[in-house]
Design a protein around this ligand. Sequence first.
Ligand code: F6P
Length: 483
Amino acid sequence: MARLVVVSNRVSAPKSVTRAGGLEVAVMASLKRNPGIWFGWSGKLSTNILATRTIEGDPVSFVLTDLPKAAYDEFYYGFANRVLWPILHYRLDLAEFSRQDLSGYTQINDHFADELHELLKPDDVVWVHDYHFLLLAKALRERGHRNRIGFFLHTPFPPVEIITGLPHHERIISALCHYDLCGFQTETDAANFARYVESECHFPGDRKRGYDTGERIVRIGDFPVGVETDSFNKMARRAIRSSFADGVLSSLSGRAMIIGVDRLDYSKGIQNRLEAFERFLATYPEWRDNVTYLQITPKSRSEIPEYMDMERNVSSTVGRVNGQYGEASWTPIRYVNRAHTRTALAGLYRAARAALVTPLRDGMNLVAKEYVAAQDADDPGVLILSRFAGAAVECKPALLVNPYDTEAVAAAIYRALTMPIEERRARHNALYAILAKNDINEWPGRFLTALTGAETLGATASAGSLPHSASAVPEGRSAYRPN
Ligand code: F6P
């Protein structure tokens, strides 16, 4: 029986301090259906011996490896997050390439391949997640592995005109053709990669049948990540009755709440969103003192200069808006850097009259989907969603906005807060039905069937075999890092 081996940089192992963020929801759903191993970084950096240890579990065992300090900094703070992240989010202007960082990135991919080499059995199915491991299948093939290896990119994949701005893209992006299946969040991302394979790698084939590299057929598909819709709704129903949610609600003194939840990242459009809220207060003065905007923004990648700049700008804009419009008894924007548990967020989503999910570019954005899942169908809130989030492909009944258009976002806030109940219900019903159809529990099966071509994975692999009570929603008490 084939075993599933999932690989990602961060791993949400029991008692571990590092959390895998948005990726965690997707990976846990996969491993609950297909027992196996989650392999990744232990969270420890070392300057000498790199230990790798196993935490046995059922249905998931965790294999965690330490990483070398110097190479990790080049890999994570350098190549992954100062080169790949901005370029994948269409921000060539922010990319800071250095040969040294690429060497650290290659070294970490090689280290992962060496450790997996010790672990892999010939019929294991390997599923690699995200932009940290573009070179991993190639490194595994070089070590003789002929296993089925799939790759899923959680971020966007930009058009060929942008991705070819990546120095050494010929080596780095084309290495994806060592995977058997490359999966993306949206059809546009998948089509962009297919165009890259055609125009830069010149492999014969097409999007439908795959591309023939001479060694394998590499196939390309879109597999939009969903949420566990019904379970999240139940969680929100419970959470809104908690003392935490109650405390937040009573502190609003009857005012409407708008919520935003994002990692502190320039791709999330937080600065533009604050300016739109400022414009809203200027344009619709009747709403002053009647609405509170809660922005929950855990810090991330704070060592990177672009993130430091952004942190400063966001804090100063919050201060400016609160200074200009606030009163002794009312703070227009509550800006919170602390991460909250998933349960706490579910309660806040349900309590919020509107959510502002306005990234400048996003692979999917699960906050948008969770906000919808959390709502009370009789009195739902309104989702204001950037057309540049992957979620916008499915979430058409949301109020779709261009996050660069400050006036339009301000008008959407007004429309959300004044929307008649019938329209709110109709939009919410339509959105909920879409999300229930693309439930996260269906997602692993779709990818793995495409990867293996058959239902060949472990004991609980067949579709629908997961008992519904076995929730893939990591409810835990630890703080959740939004994607
Ligand atoms: O959006 C892609 C993603 O991998 C998320 O799954 C995750 O939350 C984030 O990026 C990674 O952030 P970090 O750099 O903190 O691991």
